[in-house]
Write a protein that binds this ligand. Structure first.
Ligand SMILES: Nc1nc2c(c(=O)[nH]1)N[C@H]1C(S)=C(S)[C@@H](COP(=O)(O)OP(=O)(O)OC[C@H]3O[C@@H](n4cnc5c(=O)[nH]c(N)nc54)[C@H](O)[C@@H]3O)O[C@H]1N2
Ligand SMILES: Nc1nc2c(c(=O)[nH]1)N[C@H]1C(S)=C(S)[C@@H](COP(=O)(O)OP(=O)(O)OC[C@H]3O[C@@H](n4cnc5c(=O)[nH]c(N)nc54)[C@H](O)[C@@H]3O)O[C@H]1N2
Ligand code: SF4
Ligand SMILES: [Mo]
Length: 696
């Protein structure tokens, strides 16, 4: 799409929870209205490409259903009746409820709750300043990375990796457990460039025939939760057939010979029985990796959303250590660059007021927390007052029935600060209207690349919308929380944070719009050593020490984690009652539950659907398009079946996240998912569900 002449454009950053954090150019039609949104061609990672849903952002920002005024519940919770009130009255009610909760049960009964609906550091994380100053309950954020990060860190010791732009210089890009065509489109830009310019091959490992898989030369379709087995068999072949780089292994890894011996019984035949993928395909895949020096492992999040997810992540990272592909440009591995930025968030988060002894309630267990399960409350008082920003747990959190029951509690005061009347906002006592990213100033980092980026305010907000910082600062004043961060503007917070993180200041960032902070080649490729004290990659990690946040966890049976990469059979294996394994992979034009309010996304995605192997469909006496029910130990949902060839028998996929009310009975897909805490550090197990499938 070309720039239209005579239309003013502004530079911005996509704020959504997506590793691509695209650099944007936004058409500004007047001070309230945007036109088209494009990817910036000048940014070396974005390269002018963004996803279709953000390309038509005008549809979201100018949506007729945007919340414009503070609202107060009329009638019972969830009745859908509201009355308008002024900001002053609304904030007065929130403050009063918080002070009352504190007086009755202590500060721990207030639980500020947030997630990454915006990735802006000021707007996303500022809620923690209020939390820390007031000593409210902590939140352990487990939806997304609590499984993947400990798995990556277990081996590599630092959350960085080969420059993602190096994919252009690879000869084989292995896209493992991510579906970038849907979830982070720029990976495909760089992989396709490598294919075009040097004939690189693309391999994809997933549990169904995704849009990414369709573009791949090598297609590895496995059963969910079996990546550890596949990785072990690949490494078995690498050692067996002489593709292991022994000099590299001796220098850079902890127990290479013990690991080689361990892998001797992990043959392709062994893995085939677990993964459901023929041994010959595993052999060929391993051989290709072994023969290609410049093999780049682009490792995603999706395959870690299982009870053995951390172990599987670690197993996949071990492949690059066996081949030593880290030594080559266009080689090595990448999961996230989050470990690179090293922000000083003292003022944004009020870190100097943080008391590490305060309980951390697990975000994914919001259901049991609100149902007063003693384990989840860690012996403390019940949660009786909450403010939520940038998240929609009544849709996205696991074990939805419990989440809803908890949020419906009569003695819980809930304030939701939102852009739309989400499933969560519908259950609130007070709903506050929030700005969108183009209506406020913030700063962003690229998880999937290496830029610090400024997203400045470009248009005026509609109605009475206020940004997160304003709301938190206002509430702080009303509940007597004092901190200099509450008295600063977002721009002052951005400037302070940049300067105190040894980065150029706001003025400089404003001139440049983004700063490339890529590490040098040796550091990014761990050639100066991996992130452990001895500088070695660990085939045998210290799982007991594996945490995502200092001081929290480990959870679950850490002692049972296999000492070296393996298939760890703690997933919800199918049983006679629940003969299928279900993954709830992201749909292309929804982003979690965001965008599921836009008409073009709804139209493109159709209706809530479950993909079923043709033989499984026939065996159930069903045909394509039939209405079906899925049931797990946690509940039942109703949707429609669609036949899918590219999937193993016994595996189901329900692309997500549809609004709850798009399903019969208003029960969304997370009715089926569980919220138990997998080892070592807990985390959302959205793709690890045993279910039955029946005609509706
Ligand atoms: N369109 C769209 N984009 C998104 C999102 C979205 O919901 N929709 N979500 C955003 C967020 S919050 C995140 S964290 C990222 C996540 O982005 P990704 O890293 O891509 O992770 P997921 O999207 O959870 O899953 C990716 C793929 O993993 C597959 N998968 C599931 N289980 C397994 C398994 O056991 N083994 C293997 N090999 N594959 C498996 C799924 O089928 C899916 O195709 O995407 C972001 N971008
Ligand atoms: N079944 C299933 N469930 C999943 C997943 C899955 O793959 N399958 N993925 C999981 C993952 S990886 C994640 S990260 C979670 C994400 O779950 P959430 O963090 O809840 O993400 P969203 O559903 O995108 O909701 C974000 C909300 O923030 C609001 N918002 C955006 N910007 C702002 C702002 O500036 N201020 C305020 N006040 N509000 C704002 C949006 O309107 C939106 O309603 O979902 C998890 N749930
Ligand atoms: S690909 Fe991700 S970061 Fe880029 S515009 Fe789309 S949602 Fe935003
Ligand atoms: Mo996520």
């Amino acid at each position: 799409m070309n720039i239209r002449p005579n239309i003013k454009t502004g530079k911005s950053v996509c704020p959504h929870d997506c590793p691509s954090a695209c650099a944007l150019e936004v058409e500004l039609l007047d001070e309230h209205t945007i036109g088209r949104v494009r990817g910036s061609k000048d940014n070396s990672y974005t390269l002018g490409v963004i996803c279709e849903k953000v390309g038509r952002y005008a549809e979201r920002i100018h949506h007729p259903d945007r919340l414009l005024h503070p609202l107060k519940r009329k009638g019972a919770k969830g009745d859908g009746q509201w009355q308008r009130l002024s900001w002053d009255d609304a904030m007065g009610e929130v403050a009063e409820a918080f002070l009352k909760a504190e007086e009755r049960y202590g500060a721990l009964s207030v639980w500020p709750y947030y997630y990454a609906g915006t990735m802006g550091l000021v707007m996303r994380d500022g809620i923690n300043r209020l939390r820390h100053v007031k000593k409210y309950s902590g939140m352990y954020d487990t939806f997304c990375v609590a499984l993947s990060w400990p798995g990556f860190l277990a081996g590599c010791g630092r959350m960085t990796g080969s420059d993602p732009r190096e994919m252009q210089k690879s000869d084989l890009i292995v896209i493992w457990g991510t579906n970038p065509v849907n979830t982070q489109v720029n990976v495909m830009t760089h992989a396709s460039l490598a294919r075009k310019t040097r004939g690189a091959k693309i391999a994809c490992v997933d549990v169904y025939d995704t849009g990414t898989m369709k573009q791949a030369d090598v297609k590895m379709i496995i059963r969910p939760g079996t990546d550890g087995a596949l990785a072990c068999a690949v490494m078995h072949v690498l050692f067996r057939d002489g593709y292991a780089d022994r000099a590299y292994l001796e220098k850079y890894t902890d127990v290479p010979r013990e690991f080689e011996a361990h892998l001797q019984s992990r043959s392709p035949e062994w893995a085939a029985a677990i993964c459901g993928c023929p041994a010959a395909e595993i052999e060929a895949f391993a051989k290709l990796i072994g023969q290609t020096e410049r093999t780049y492992l682009r490792i995603g999040y999706g395959f870690t959303r299982s009870r053995n997810g951390s172990v599987n992540m670690h197993a996949v990272t071990a492949i690059a250590a066996v081949t030593g592909s880290w030594q080559h440009e266009g080689g090595g591995a990448f999961h996230s660059n989050s470990g690179m930025y090293k922000w000083n968030k003292t003022l944004i988060e009020g870190l100097e007021c943080r008391d590490p002894s305060i309980r951390q309630l697990d975000q994914s267990r919001i259901g049991p927390v609100l149902l007063n399960n003693p384990y989840d409350l860690a012996g403390g008082p019940p949660v009786t007052a909450m403010i939520m920003q940038n998240t929609n747990p009544a849709s996205v959190a696991p074990d939805q029935t419990k989440v809803r029951q908890g949020l419906m509690r009569d003695d819980l005061f809930l304030c939701v600060h939102e852009q739309f009347m989400t499933e969560t906002a519908q259950l609130a006592d007070i709903v506050l209207p929030a700005t969108m990213f183009l209506e406020h100033d913030d700063i962003y980092q690229g998880g999937g690349h290496q830029h610090i980026m400024l997203g400045a305010k470009l248009v005026e907000a509609p109605g009475e919308c206020r940004n997160n910082h304003e709301v938190i600062a206002d509430l702080a004043r009303r509940v007597g929380a004092k901190h200099q961060g509450f008295d600063m503007t977002p721009r002052e917070l951005i400037d302070w944070t940049l300067k105190n993180s040894n980065r150029p200041d706001l003025e400089k960032l404003e001139q440049e719009t983004w700063i490339d902070v890529q590490q040098d080649f040796e550091t990014a490729h761990f050639l100066n050593g991996f992130g452990h004290p001895d500088g070695k990659f660990r085939f045998k990690p210290d799982w007991q020490a594996a945490r995502f946040k200092p001081g929290i966890g480990p959870f679950g049976p850490v002692g049972d984690i296999p000492p070296m990469p393996d298939h760890w059979g703690v997933i919800e294996e199918a049983t006679e009652t629940y003969p299928f394994r279900l993954a709830t992979s992201p749909a292309r034009t929804f982003l979690n539950s965001t965008f599921n309010e836009t008409p073009s996304s709804r139209k493109r995605e159709g209706r809530p659907t479950v993909f079923v192997h043709p033989e499984d469909l026939a065996a159930q006496g069903l045909k394509d398009g039939d209405k079906v029910r899925l049931g797990s130990a946690r509940g039942v949902v109703t949707l429609h079946a669609k036949v899918m060839d590219g999937i193993r028998r016994g595996v189901l996929i329900a692309e997500s996240i549809w609004p709850n009310d798009a399903f019969e009975d208003g029960k969304g897909i997370n009715t089926l998912t569980g919220c138990d805490q997998p080892a070592p550090a807990a985390g959302g197990v959205f793709h690890d569900n045993r279910v039955w499938l029946k005609p509706a």
